[in-house]
Each structure stands twice: as structure tokens, then as C-alpha cells.
Design a protein around this ligand. Structure first.
Ligand code: PLP
Length: 419
């Protein structure tokens, strides 16, 4: 089905924060890769929950609690459908992608890896998809290996066989890079992981917000997401996992809700998904997340992605007109989402970020939780502008105009006329 063009200006009206002003200027929000803004109906669902529906779930012998439980469980079913997971019980609510990946590291990796086993990641990963594996490697004697990267920040799949072996037990990669926007070829990596007999883990923090995901089709063992990057609230995430793997894993946290029975000295864990959901969860957040999923479904992920790619194309063209811009990431738009990562001739990214902020333009400056990648590039960080369904060419124009201001503040000479 051909993608429909988005009426981003109309969409923008649904997001109250986007009509506010920053430093006296209209807010130009270009940091959705860090966290998306929230539509009014998500904010209202959150408030409505506390105003009219608040009760703890799975416990109360009264109607309010039954209804809260029903709302919570219905979100799980909706999310399972959103991710293409055949069984809602295989979708576990967590706090965020970070916690989801830590569940795999603690409950699977730390209990199954042997000294000399290998975990395959890359230098482009977010710290959330690196540090848990480093901790698991330290605990078990496993070894961390890295998929080679191409010059333009893609996984070098031609060299995958240099790093994957029969010792590889886990391959954990991002769906899309938050630092430079590369969308990775998960099918090829997943196939290689399966051939090696390794678990295939996907950090979907930047995936499910921009791209249609079908975990069954990807045939991944785990897929981790954060609601706050998908128009939903902070403090809610999820981990999809294959049933047989989840069932054979140890629980992550112990406490209420995750047990079937407890005796004086021991316990039996509850069946999925409760086994991995100890304690009172973020019920209001989960309920509001359901509304965010509806919103994304209504707009359509394929429409969102093609809107972002069109913006990316325009953005790259325009930003290249600013003299001294150095761009990071792939020039192949077929494998790239709405992220522009750049530097401006010798100006520190934080200085650029501060000047842009004065103009109301919100971008991220720094290593974007991808320090190994920045070190590999020999830089301390970049400036990152990232797009979502509510951004338009006017936001790019504001960004480019503000970058010209950075040039003038730093007294950088104007572009010489071509002879
Ligand atoms: C690719 C990627 N992975 C993991 C994370 C961590 O997400 P969270 O902070 O919601 O756990 C992020 C957040 O920016 C990300 O972009």
C-alpha cells in the first residue's frame, strides 16, 4: 500500500506542548529520538485514569480494581498485536528498553553463558544495549565481540562471518541507530544468529516508534521497546520474548505479583507474563500507552516512516548549504530514519545546542549514549536533530537558520562564491 502524506500541521495541533514558546520563540522540537511528545488524548487518558479509575490491579475484590486490571491487560493485548506477537502473555511490561534488555542479560545471559561464550554487539549500540552485556560477560567469563561497521555507520554484513561463530550465544543489535539513524538489516543478522544457534535480541527503542514491527516475521527471540519514544508516557516499556525461552528463564525481580505460591522458604513463580512483573506496575502509564498505540495505528507507521524520510531528504539537502557542516551516517536513505547527526567546523556540539536553544530549537548535543561510536569516530559527540510525525519542513528551515546564526556568532566566514 502506498504511503499517505501526513498533514503534520494538523497532527501538531494534537500535541499541546508544540504550541508553547521557548526563550520567547515558538518551540521547534527536534529531539524525538530522546523522547517523543505526547498527544492530548494520551495526557487525558493518564489524568482520567487517576481521576476515575485508579485502583491496584490483579488484587482487589471490587469493581474498580477489576476495571483497572481489564484496562491494563487490554493494553498488553493491543501491544502484542502492534508488535505482531502471537500471544499477549509473551509481552512483559517493564519500565523502559533499558530494563527490558537487562531482563535478558540478568535472567538469561547470566544463567546460561559459559566462559569463552561470545556476545555479539556493535560499537554503534546505545549504552543500554552494551552495558548489560558487559555486565553479563564480566559475571560469566563470556567475551564481547563487535560487528564491524562500514565508513557510513552501517553493520558491515559482508564481514559478519569474521565475528560470528559456534561460540556466539547472543546477537544483540538495534533496529535503528539513535546516533545516526541507520536502519539495520535485521533479517540478515537474524538469519546469521540462528545459523550460529545464538539468541537474536533486538533493541527496538528506535524501531517500534517509526517502523512497522512484526516480531514473528523477524523471528527475533526478544524485542525491547520504550513507550515514551512512541507518544506514550515515561516509565513504561516492554519486552517481547519467545514463550519457550521466557518460560525457561529465571525471574528477574522477586516480590508480589510474580509468584504462584510462597511457602516459608521457597516460592513458585507465576506463569507468563506475571513471572516478570514483580510489584505494582505503572498502571496509569500502561493505560495511557494504549491510547498512544491507537494514535500510531490511526496515523499508520508506514505513513510516519515515509514522512520522516521525505523530511530527512529535505533536511540533508538544506543542512548541506550551511558551510562547514560535517554529516554522520549513511547517505542511503533506503536504510535510514529521521535523524541528522552533524558537527559544524570546530564548534563544540554543546555550544551549538545552546545557541539553537536560544532560538527555540531543541536538539540533542553529545554522545547520545553511544560513547564507543563517538570514540571510534575520534569525536566527543555530535549535534542530533531527530524527526517524528509532527515535524515539518518549517522545523528544518528553523534549524538551518539557527545554524547560520551559530556561524555568525562564531564569526565564521561566509561561503566563498564559486568561480
Ligand atoms: C537505540 C536505543 N536503545 C536504547 C535506548 C534506551 O531507552 P530508555 O532510556 O527508554 O530505556 C535508547 C534511548 O534513547 C535508544 O535510542
Amino acid at each position: 500500500m502506498a504511503a499517505k502524506s501526513l498533514d503534520y500541521q494538523k497532527i501538531r495541533e494534537d500535541f499541546p506542548i508544540l504550541s508553547t514558546r521557548m526563550n520567547g520563540k515558538p518551540l521547534v522540537f527536534l529531539d524525538s529520538a530522546a523522547s517523543s511528545q505526547k498527544p492530548r488524548r494520551v495526557i487525558e487518558a493518564f489524568e482520567d485514569y487517576y481521576r476515575c479509575r485508579n485502583a491496584n490491579i490483579h488484587r482487589g475484590a471490587y469493581r474498580l480494581s477489576y476495571e483497572a486490571t481489564d484496562l491494563y491487560d487490554r493494553t498488553r493485548a493491543r501491544l502484542a498485536k502492534f508488535l505482531g506477537a502471537p500471544d499477549p502473555d509473551t509481552v512483559i511490561f517493564t519500565r523502559n528498553t533499558t530494563e527490558s534488555l537487562n531482563i535478558v542479560a540478568y535472567s538469561w545471559a547470566m544463567n546460561n553463558l559459559q566462559p569463552g561464550d561470545e556476545i555479539l554487539v556493535s560499537e554503534l549500540e546505545h549504552h543500554s544495549n552494551l552495558v548489560p552485556w558487559m555486565m553479563a560477560a564480566k559475571k560469566t567469563g563470556a567475551i564481547l565481540k563487535h560487528i564491524p561497521l562500514t565508513e557510513d555507520a552501517r553493520y558491515d554484513l559482508d564481514r559478519l562471518n569474521e565475528v560470528i561463530s559456534e561460540r556466539t550465544r547472543i546477537v544483540s543489535v538495534a533496529h535503528m541507530s539513535n546516533a545516526v539513524g541507520t536502519i539495520h538489516d535485521l533479517k540478515t543478522i537474524g538469519r546469521a544468529a540462528r545459523q550460529a544457534g545464538a539468541l537474536f535480541v533486538v533493541d527496538g527503542a528506535q524501531g517500534a516508534c517509526h517502523l512497522n514491527v512484526n516480531v514473528e516475521d523477524l523471528d527475533c527471540d526478544f524485542y525491547a521497546i520504550s513507550a515514551h519514544k512512541m507518544l506514550g508516557p515515561t516509565g513504561v516499556g516492554a519486552l517481547y520474548g519467545k514463550r519457550e525461552i521466557l518460560e525457561n528463564m529465571e525471574p528477574f525481580l522477586g516480590g508480589g505479583d510474580m509468584i504462584l505460591t510462597v511457602s516459608r522458604d521457597s516460592f513458585k513463580p507465576a506463569p507468563l507474563p506475571m513471572k516478570f512483573e514483580a510489584g505494582t506496575p505503572n498502571i496509569a502509564g500502561v493505560v495511557a500507552f494504549s491510547v498512544a498505540l491507537d494514535y500510531l495505528n490511526q496515523v499508520g507507521l508506514e505513513n510516519i516512516h515515509s514522512h520522516e524520510v521525505a523530511l530527512l531528504e529535505y533536511g540533508l539537502e538544506e543542512i548541506k548549504k550551511v558551510e562547514g557542516i560535517k554529516l554522520y551516517g549513511s547517505q542511503d536513505l533506503a536504510n535510514r530514519g529521521g535523524v541528522i547527526s552533524f558537527l559544524l567546523d570546530g564548534v563544540h556540539p554543546h555550544d551549538i545546542g545552546s545557541i539553537l536553544d536560544e532560538e527555540g530549537v531543541a536538539v540533542r548535543a553529545g554522545h547520545h549514549c553511544c560513547e564507543p561510536f563517538m570514540k571510534k569516530e575520534g569525536i566527543s559527540g555530535t549535534v542530533r536533530a531527530s524527526f517524528y510525525l509532527y515535524n515539518g519542513p518549517d522545523d528544518i528551515d528553523a534549524l538551518v537558520k539557527s545554524l547560520q546564526k551559530v556561524r555568525s556568532i562564531f564569526k565564521m566566514p561566509a561561503k566563498k562564491a564559486q568561480r
